[in-house]
Design a protein around this ligand. Structure first.
Ligand code: IPM
Ligand code: MG
Length: 369
């Protein structure tokens, strides 16, 4: 029986509230007598800034490096709006992604049957939806240099961000998309803006080559990123795996989230390359939604994306497929009972808060023994 070390970084806003529900599920997992989880906890984002003057401390970074996986809540809020750019809450998350080299971000958008009516799109457009967005996470315009605001005289300034991708960065994320497509619908749609961006031309070329050379059994389509946004809301079920760079993946995954009923439903996994000797990947799991400062402390946050992120952690870091399936099934069962946090509430359903939803999912895990 293995023991796994988890670092919990609840963060700001609703982060600690939803993490508390994930912790209950970890307690349940430990009580099953199988693999055990040892948890450490630390600060990130605005709460880390308040304590240490930086959005993640060196000690927390060391703990993240040493952990088998990191569970992350959410960061940010109006309280830290005027904090220096380098110390803003989001910088803590970006540093974790960069230093742990978590280049592959997996964002599944699954429409649970019970929620097909909560989406802003028609029932038949989203019912049974199951797509996987693969977002490149450590390159592109979010990290490219130069990144600065310079003075160009005459009272004018210039803001500069640099979109840059090297062949190896495109190759490794493309391989992740092709590999995962083979375990699902066997189709990859690669997105870029090759009509206006050089990095898009290279992206298209490299993905095409990898596809032809190593994955000729997988169907590969290319779509301009703006057209993909349109197709996502027109007929999302045409997609299986969508491959995107960092910026387009950020946008398209928020669009995809709404197809599932609420941003509160989307989990994510951020993975590094397997270690040459141990074969283990560094990994961080987080909900796609943010810290929702407007509802923080009201007990209304939806804990499902956080709990489903823990499910992804079981699946991708520890190969605990059966347990991961059970967590997903428990979420589905709690929804089938008609329980809804405010973000997914529809007529005739029972409105519950964060702790009640968490408790209902735990009850389903126990009932399914
Ligand atoms: C996301 C978020 C982050 C991003 C922010 C919080 C830095 O929007 O994970 O999608 O832009 O990547
Ligand atoms: Mg985003």
């Amino acid at each position: 029986m293995a023991t796994h070390k988890l670092l919990l970084l609840p963060g700001d806003g609703i982060g600690p509230e939803i993490m508390a529900q994930a912790k209950n599920v970890i307690g349940w997992l430990n009580a099953q007598g199988g693999d055990q989880f040892e948890c450490e906890e630390d600060l990130v984002g605005g709460s880390a800034y308040d304590a240490h003057g930086q959005s993640i401390s060196e000690a927390a970074m060391e703990r993240a490096m040493a952990a088998d996986a990191v569970l992350f809540g959410a960061v940010g809020g109006p309280k830290w709006d005027s904090v220096a750019y380098e110390a803003r809450p989001e910088a803590g998350l970006l540093r974790l992604r960069k230093d742990l080299q978590l280049f592959a971000n997996l964002r599944p958008a699954i429409c649970y049957p019970a929620l097909a009516d909560s989406s802003s799109l028609k029932h038949e457009v989203v019912e049974g939806l199951d797509i996987l967005i693969i977002r490149e996470l450590t390159g592109g315009v979010y990290f490219g240099e130069p990144k600065e605001i310079i003075d160009i005289g005459n009272g004018q300034k210039r803001g500069i961000d640099t979109q840059v991708y090297d062949t190896f960065e495109i190759e490794r994320i493309a391989r992740i998309a092709f590999e995962l497509a083979r375990t699902r619908g066997n189709k990859v749609t690669s997105t870029e803006k090759r009509n206006v961006m050089k990095s898009g031309v290279l992206w298209n070329e490299v993905v095409t080559q990898i596809g032809a050379r190593e994955y000729s059994d997988v169907t590969l389509d290319h779509m301009l990123a703006d057209a993909c946004a349109m197709q996502l809301v027109r007929w999302p079920k045409q997609f299986d795996v969508i491959l995107c760079d960092n910026l387009f993946g950020d946008m398209l995954s928020d669009v995809a989230a709404m197809l599932t009923g609420s941003l509160g439903m989307l989990p994510s996994a951020s993975l590094g390359a397997p270690d040459a000797t141990s074969g283990k990947r560094k990994a961080l799991y987080e909900p796609v939604h943010g810290s929702a400062p407007d509802i923080a402390g009201t007990g209304a946050a939806n804990p499902i994306a956080m709990i489903a992120s823990l499910g992804m952690c079981l699946r991708y870091s520890f190969n605990m497929i059966d347990m991961a399936d059970r967590v997903d099934a428990a979420i589905s069962a709690a929804l089938d009972k008609g329980l809804r946090t405010p973000d997914i509430l529809s007529e005739g359903k029972t409105k519950v808060g964060t702790t009640e939803m968490g408790a209902a999912i735990l009850a389903e895990l126990n009932a399914a023994q």
